[in-house]
Design a protein around this ligand. Structure first.
Ligand SMILES: CC(C)(COP(=O)(O)OP(=O)(O)OC[C@H]1O[C@@H](n2cnc3c(N)ncnc32)[C@H](O)[C@@H]1OP(=O)(O)O)[C@@H](O)C(=O)NCCC(=O)NCCS
Length: 241
């Protein structure tokens, strides 16, 4: 059986991901898989019985995270996994990891600057029309129908990705599961570039009540070839009643 090629190349600073966030958020990416032998012992335990593919995506994410932590002055820190599967970042730092086919990235920043970060990458062709009824609200679907056929797939992927980014950013602060139907995403492309812009996350009342103090949260999206990336930085932790 063929196994995935393993790279010893280190992840590099990611201009693509850094461009989604305010200045000061560190971002790293790798487009090549990295083997599990690069993991710290404590990290390797988390993927002990996993397939080579899963172990490799986990390791690539950990190596990207290691690079952003080094940029923040943190060295030799095994990034363990919490029981809810979220990464256990060092005290005083918040971050996020994403991986998809051919791309893996991590972002991190000091907690005194932001309460939470979320990053996500999706290959547009993997967010197929069959998935739309599970991940899009009626309003999101109807907004897509107003678009040209060729724009629908990447826009659906961007909406999905924005939800995943928001989920990752808010989870460590709320431990609150939010369904795809509980938030609405609006995409606002920048003037002159349809494939780059701001997204707004509007939590619906059921998800918002007592959890999210604002009507909307803003992040950034970008279409880069067949890849959609999104990122969001939460300024303040949600306020609980
Ligand atoms: C957890 C979840 C967001 C991961 O997203 P994904 O697109 O499937 O996968 P990605 O590769 O982009 O991200 C996986 C990484 O997210 C991180 N992650 C996992 N659970 C997490 C959580 N609860 N909170 C924050 N980060 C989490 C991990 O670092 C994981 O990689 P690792 O296991 O190698 O460490 C997704 O699987 C999920 O459960 N979503 C819940 C529902 C939802 O998204 N609702 C949207 C409405 S807001």
């Amino acid at each position: 059986m063929m196994t995935a090629p393993v790279s010893v190349a280190a992840p590099a600073r990611s201009e693509l991901l850094a461009g989604l966030f305010p200045l000061g958020v560190c971002a790293s990416e790798s487009r090549l898989p990295i083997g599990r032998e690069s993991l710290y012992v404590e990290e390797a335990q988390a993927v002990g019985g996993a397939s080579a593919k899963r172990a490799s995506e986990f390791a690539t994410g950990r190596l990207c995270a290691r690079q952003v932590l080094a940029e923040l002055g943190v060295y030799g820190f095994p990034l363990r996994r919490n029981v809810d599967r979220s990464p256990r970042w060092p005290g005083g730092i918040v971050g996020s990891i994403t991986h998809t086919v051919g791309f893996c990235g991590a972002v991190a920043v000091e907690q005194r600057r932001f309460a939470g970060l979320g990053v996500d990458a999706e290959v547009t062709s993997r967010v197929t029309a069959e998935l739309w009824c599970q991940i899009l609200t009626a309003a999101e679907k109807s907004a897509l129908e107003d678009r040209a056929q060729e724009d629908r797939a990447w826009r659906a992927a961007a909406i999905f990705s924005a939800k995943e980014s928001f989920f990752k950013a808010q989870w460590p602060l709320t431990s609150r599961w939010i369904g795809f139907e509980e938030v609405e995403i609006e995409l606002y492309p920048d003037v002159g570039d349809e494939h780059l812009g701001t997204f707004l996350v509007r939590p619906h009342s059921t998800a918002r009540r007592g959890i999210f103090p604002f009507d909307a949260y803003a992040g950034r999206f970008r279409l880069d070839g067949n890849l959609v990336v999104t990122g969001i930085a939460l300024e303040k932790a949600p306020v609980f009643p």
